[in-house]
Structures are given as C-alpha cells and as structure tokens.
Design a binder for this molecule. Structure first.
Ligand code: UD1
Length: 417
C-alpha cells in the first residue's frame, strides 16, 4: 500500500491534461457485453477501476487488451455469467454487467454491492427496472440472480434521477422486445455518452439527453468503437486545486461545457476563469471568498466535486456552506480536513466551514476517491508535511495525479506506507 507525502504550501502553476472519464468508460465496458465481437474504446484512463472492470470482463470470458489508453474487448466467447463478491465489493460499478448479461445472455448472477464509505447506496431502482422489463430477479445468499428469455419493453418511471439505474436500464432495454419508455432519466453527460455509443452500435434510443428516453428494442447490438469523453471531475479537481493554492493552471483536453456549475462556484470564490474550446485557464485569488454550494443532479453542482470544493473553502475569508442533497452522508473527509486544522461543523447534510488563515500539515487517511483528492488539495494549502495514507482510493479515479501535480510545481511523493 502506498501513501502520498506532500510538503506545502505551494502555488500550482502550468498546464495539465485531462484523461478520459472514469464514469463514462465503466458503463461502456459493460455495454461491450451486449455485442458479440471486438469493441474498441479509446481515450481510456489507466485507473484501478478500469483494471477491476477488466478483471470482471475476463472472468466472464472476454478477451481484453489495454495499450496506450486503448481498450480492446472481445466478447465473442463468454464462459461465465457471474460477477463475484470480491470484485463487486471493491467497485460498485461492477453491477453494470447485470443488465447487458440478462439482455444478451438471458441471465446474470451479480453480488449485491452492500454499503460504501458514505452510506447505504441502494440499487433498488436497478432491480425495479429489470423486473419491469420482465426479468425474474431473486436475492439469494448475497447475490442477485436475474433471468429472462427475452426482456420486453415497458414504461419505467424513476422516482429519483439515478445515473446508475438509467445506464443499467438503457443497456437492458436496447435488446428488449418492443418499446421502452424511461422517465426521469439522469442527464449526466456520461449517461448521454453511453446512449450515443449504443445508438452507434445499432440501438434505437430516442430522446438522448432528455429526461424521457424511448427505446425501440433491436435484435442485436454490433461491436462498437468509441472515444471516451474527458473526465469532468478530474478537470474540476485541478481547477479547485488551482483556486485553493492561489495558482494559475491551464487545464487542457477537457470539455468546459459540462463544468459550468463547478466553474460558477469557483468564480464566486474569486477565481478568474477563461474558457477555451477544450481548455480552462484558472487563476486563483490571493484569498478565497466564501461560497454556498448545494449538490444537485446534472447540470447542478456535482456531488463528486463536493469534497474538493469544501477543501477550497477551508481557507476562505469567512463562513461558507456545502450541502449534499445527493449523498447526504458523504462527509468522511470532514474529520480528516479537521486534522489539517480546518474548522468545519456538520449539521446533517450541511457542512458549515469557517475559513481559517492557514492549514497545518498532519497525517490523514484517504477514505474514498473524491475525499482523497480533497485531502490532496488541503495538503497543498497546508504548511508543513502531510502524509495521506491509503492512496489506492485515489488510484481508482485519477491517473498519475502525483506526476501531474509535480509538473505543476507541487512537492508530492508516492512512498510505500
Ligand atoms: C454515479 C457515479 C458517482 C456519482 C453519482 C452521483 C459512477 C460509476 N458513479 O453513482 O461517482 O457520485 O453517480 O452523480 O458513475 N439511488 C436509489 N436507488 C438506486 C440507485 C440510486 O435510491 O437504485 C439514489 C442514491 O442513493 C442517490 C441518488 O439515487 O441518492 C443518485 O445516485 P446514482 O446517480 O444512482 O449514483 P451512482 O450511479 O451509484
């Protein structure tokens, strides 16, 4: 196991490239199971979660090759239809294979994911939707057993907008017999990207990018080639780090159009932001202004940027608030930020952050992907040495973050824990 050792404070400066989006590539990898043959996914980030999904596809019998950010998945000879506990417990997105397996191979046995660091994270909507499409679903010994001779179209209304349930249901409905209408779909760009990729592969999805999508089932999904969109959360994390450190960072190869809520919040903090076609130039203020942030579904402020935003606000000139309405328990970073001398009070899903003049380095523990990047941002602001333990969390979602930060002038080292 590794840790990061960061000596702060520092001012980030320079330019950094964005990798492909983790949350877009994982459903695309699962979607390859709908086709028989070779799918090619380009601009794939080299992440632990991608390696976990690769292992899962290999267990199912797919041949997977990964080189130079290009992933080739051969699904012509699947030998197993089970996602085992050991993989699902390390990465919840493993449940994405359930819909494609039932739709294309008539059954799936997938371990129930259980809770995660920030609460219960249910999958009831994934199961409800598969049942509405005619699958028989039984929960047995910690596994979800789902089967259907052929799924059939249905009208499905999601009571809450869910990225995972929308993606899962799309992947199942494309091969169902007849027409499916999905209402209250998630609008997150990664879901839109999945729908576009499926349409390129022969699916018939109408209303891509709308709350209501209509899917006319087809008999086969063809092997596809697709280039993954840039990771908006990675880009947002670097923008937040620039603001926190009063730095100047140009983030390239990103898509500024899906970062509006984050860039608006950073502007309130006093950042000067210039938006290019596929780049963002961020100049942080000398001292951050307070802000009030509420996480919402896309296009609102993303819950995946909540922790990083809170880190930025730790050194603001007054009192700020951050409220998470998507994951109301997602605050495992708060006690760790307090170890770095941040002043944060938690009241349910509302964090009240009293800005302090300076943070102080200390040993802290990474608890999930985004909490870890918040700790990195705080450590870059803090005076002295911070050791961040358990960085495997960050390796799940950020490719070579320490190298990228070093190039921006940070004093950060990866060391054995
Ligand atoms: C995805 C992202 C995650 C992000 C989250 C919200 C991936 C791999 N992960 O997670 O990084 O933080 O979107 O943008 O893309 N819900 C239910 N029942 C369900 C499913 C969800 O009640 O069956 C609720 C959740 O508790 C939550 C809300 O719906 O309150 C949104 O969750 P959802 O969009 O499903 O998150 P994930 O797809 O798990």
């Amino acid at each position: 196991m590794d840790k990061f050792v960061i000596n702060g404070p520092c001012k980030l400066s320079g330019s950094v490239e964005t990798n492909g989006a983790k949350n877009a590539v994982l459903p695309l990898m699962a979607a390859s199971l709908l086709a028989r043959g070779e799918c090619v996914i380009k601009n794939v980030p080299n992440l632990r979660d991608v390696a976990t999904m690769t292992r899962l596809l290999e267990i199912l019998g797919a041949g997977v090759a990964f080189k130079n950010h290009v992933l080739t998945i051969d699904t012509s000879k699947l030998t197993c239809l089970e996602a085992p506990y050991d993989l699902v417990r390390t990465m919840r997105a493993s449940i994405y294979v359930m819909g494609p397996l039932v739709a294309a191979h008539k059954k799936a046995r997938v371990s129930q994911p259980g809770g995660c660091a920030w609460g219960p994270r249910p999958i009831d909507l994934h199961i409800m939707a598969l049942e509405r499409l005619g699958a028989k679903v039984a929960l047995e010994h910690g596994y979800i057993n789902a089967s259907a001779k052929r799924l059939r179209g249905a009208e499905i209304i999601f009571p809450v907008s869910s990225v995972g349930a929308t993606a899962q249901t799309l992947m199942a409905a494309v091969l169902a017999k007849g027409e499916t209408t999905l209402k209250n779909c998630a609008l997150e760009p990664e879901v839109v990207e999945l729908a576009k990729a499926l349409n390129k592969a022969g699916a018939k999805i109408q209303g891509v990018g709308d709350r209501t999508m209509t899917i006319t089932g087809v008999d086969a999904i063809e092997p596809f080639t697709h280039r993954v969109m840039p990771d908006r959360i990675e880009a947002g994390t670097f923008a937040a780090a620039a603001v926190a450190t009063a730095g100047r960072v140009k983030i390239t190869k990103c898509d500024p159009s899906n970062l509006s809520a984050v860039l608006d919040a950073l502007t309130v903090c006093g950042a000067d932001i210039e938006i290019g076609e596929d780049s963002i130039d961020v100049q942080g203020p000398d001292r951050v202004e307070p802000a009030h942030v509420v996480t919402r579904e896309y296009p609102g402020f993303p819950t995946d940027m909540q922790a990083q935003m809170m880190a930025v606000l730790c050194r603001a000139k007054g009192t700020s608030t951050v409220k998470d309405t998507i994951y109301t328990d997602r605050f495992t970073h708060v006690p760790e930020l307090r170890r770095l001398a941040a002043s944060i009070r938690l009241d349910g899903n509302l964090a009240v952050i009293h800005g302090v003049k300076g943070l102080e380095g200390a040993p802290v523990m990474a608890t999930d992907i985004r909490a870890s990047s918040a700790l990195i941002i705080a450590a870059l602001m803090a005076k002295g040495r911070t050791d961040i333990l358990r960085v495997y969390h960050i390796d799940r979602g950020y490719e070579k973050i320490e190298r990228k930060l070093r190039r921006l002038g940070a004093d950060i080292k990866r060391m054995p824990q």
